[in-house]
Design a protein around this ligand. Structure first.
Ligand code: AHZ
Length: 359
C-alpha cells in the first residue's frame, strides 16, 4: 500500500517531463479504479445560435430615472462591482474582527440584548456576533406556540422602552403586539452600531483556550472557532473541515437551551473538562425562572459569560416558557458583567495578560 502510494507520487512528480496526464490517468495510477466517463463532455458552442436580444445589451450611458409610469431606470452596474462590493467588505470585516473585544454567540433575544446594551454603553469595543442561523432572532420571532404577541414581565419593560419597542401595559407585565416587532427593532439598532459585526449563517463550533494558572481548571476561554453553518452541519457539529478563529478576551454565550446547536458552549465546557457536569434545564416555573436567569448570568469559567436559556442547562434552572423579560434582563446583565470584566483585566492583542491593579 505504502509502496504503491510512493510510486503514484513518483509518477505525478516525473509526469512534468512527459505529456501531462489526464486526471483519470493520474488517479488510475494511484490505484483508485476511476475511469473516464464514456463520453467526455465537449464544447458545443458552435451549435448555439447566439443572438443578443434587447435584454442583454448593456447600455453604457443610462440615465438614472425615477419614473413610475414605466420609465424607472437604474444606474448601470457591472457584475464584478457587485461581487467586489460584498467580498471587500466581508474580507475587511473578517480581518478586523479576527481580534475582537467581545464575541457574542447566538443572536436570540438574550444575545441581541447583550449586544445592544454593550455596544451602546461602550462604543470603543469591537463586538462580534456569531449566529448559526441565517435569520438572527432565535426563538424571538413569535411568542408562545407560534402566536404573535410577546409577553415581558416588569421591570424588563424598561429595556423595551430603552430600545424603542412599543408595548401595551397590562399592569405587572407588558405585551409587544408581535414578537417580530421586538426582534426587528432591536436587530436594526444593533446592526447600526458601527462597533458591531454580525456573522449570520456562522456557527461557533469550538472555543479557544489558553493556559491560565489563576483559573481553577488551569485554562481560560480566549475566543471562538467558527465556520459557515453549512460546513459545520455537513461534517457533524464538530466540523472536520478546518475552521476560522476569532480571538477575544471575553466570550458571551447565549446559545439557548439544548437542541441541535443549543447550549453549545456549556456542553463544550463539560466535554473539555472545564465544568464537571450540566445541571440540565428543569421544568417550567415562570415565577422562579426569570429572576434566577437574570441574577445568575455570570462569568461561568474565566473568559466566558453565559446567560439566557443556555444558563438553565448549566445550572439546572427552570424554564419560563413564553415570557421574555428574563432573556432581556440576562442580556443586559451580561453586558454589565462584560464591562466589569474588561475594565478589570489587562488585555494585549485580544488576550488577557493579567489583572489591573485595583486602587
Ligand atoms: O441559532 C441559535 C439561536 O439563534 C444560536 N446558536 C446556538 N448555538 C450556536 C452556535 N453558534 C452560533 N454554536 C448559535 N449560534 O443561538 C440562538 C439562541 O437563541 P434562543 O432564542 O434559542 O435562546 P435565548 O436564550 O436567547 O432565548 C430563549 C427564549 C426562551 S426558550 C423558553 C423555554 O423553552 O421555556 N423560554 C424562552 C423565553
Amino acid at each position: 500500500m505504502a509502496e504503491s502510494f510512493k510510486s503514484s507520487i513518483a509518477f505525478l512528480r516525473t509526469a512534468n517531463s512527459a505529456p501531462t496526464p489526464t486526471i483519470y490517468e493520474a488517479k488510475d495510477k494511484m490505484g483508485l479504479g476511476i475511469s473516464p466517463p464514456l463520453s467526455p463532455p465537449q464544447s458545443d458552442t458552435k451549435s448555439i445560435d447566439y443572438k443578443p436580444s434587447a435584454d442583454n445589451i448593456v447600455p453604457t450611458n443610462k440615465e438614472i430615472k425615477v419614473n413610475w409610469e414605466g420609465g424607472y431606470t437604474f444606474a448601470p452596474i457591472k457584475e464584478w462591482q457587485v461581487s467586489r462590493a460584498m467580498t471587500k467588505r466581508y474580507g475587511d470585516d473578517l480581518y478586523r474582527t479576527a481580534v475582537s473585544d467581545v464575541v457574542i454567540i447566538g443572536a436570540g433575544s438574550a444575545g441581541l440584548t447583550c449586544a445592544y446594551a454593550l455596544a451602546k454603553e461602550r462604543p470603543d469595543l469591537k463586538i462580534t456576533i456569531c449566529e448559526a442561523g441565517v435569520a438572527p432572532g432565535g426563538g424571538a420571532w413569535l411568542g408562545g406556540q407560534l402566536m404573535s404577541a410577546m409577553v415581558v414581565r416588569k421591570p424588563a419593560h424598561e429595556i423595551l422602552a430603552e430600545v424603542g419597542v412599543p408595548f401595551e401595559d397590562e399592569g405587572d407585565y407588558v405585551v409587544v403586539r408581535h414578537a417580530a416587532l421586538f426582534t426587528s427593532t432591536i436587530l436594526s439598532k444593533v446592526l447600526q452600531f458601527p462597533n458591531v459585526k454580525l456573522y449570520n449563517a456562522t456557527a461557533v463550533e469550538d472555543l479557544i483556550t489558553r493556559a491560565d494558572p489563576s483559573s481553577p481548571t488551569g485554562v481560560r476561554v480566549a475566543g471562538v472557532v467558527s465556520n459557515w453553518t453549512l460546513v459545520t452541519l455537513a461534517h457533524g457539529l464538530q466540523s472536520c473541515m478546518d475552521p476560522q478563529t476569532i480571538t477575544a478576551p471575553l466570550v458571551c454565550s447565549f446559545a439557548g437551551h439544548d437542541g441541535p446547536f443549543g447550549a453549545f458552549s456549556v456542553k463544550r465546557l463539560v466535554a473539555t473538562g472545564m465544568v464537571e457536569k450540566l445541571g440540565n434545564m428543569r421544568a417550567l416555573n415562570m415565577n422562579s425562572a426569570e429572576d434566577y436567569i437574570v441574577n445568575n448570568t455570570r462569568e461561568v469559567v474565566p473568559g466566558l459569560i453565559t446567560g439566557g436559556m443556555e444558563l438553565s442547562e448549566l445550572d439546572g434552572a427552570n424554564r419560563m416558557g413564553a415570557t421574555f423579560g428574563g432573556m432581556l434582563g440576562s442580556g443586559y446583565k451580561a453586558a454589565k458583567e462584560a464591562i466589569k470584566f474588561l475594565d478589570a483585566h489587562q488585555i494585549v492583542d485580544g488576550e488577557v495578560v493579567g489583572r489591573k491593579e485595583t486602587a
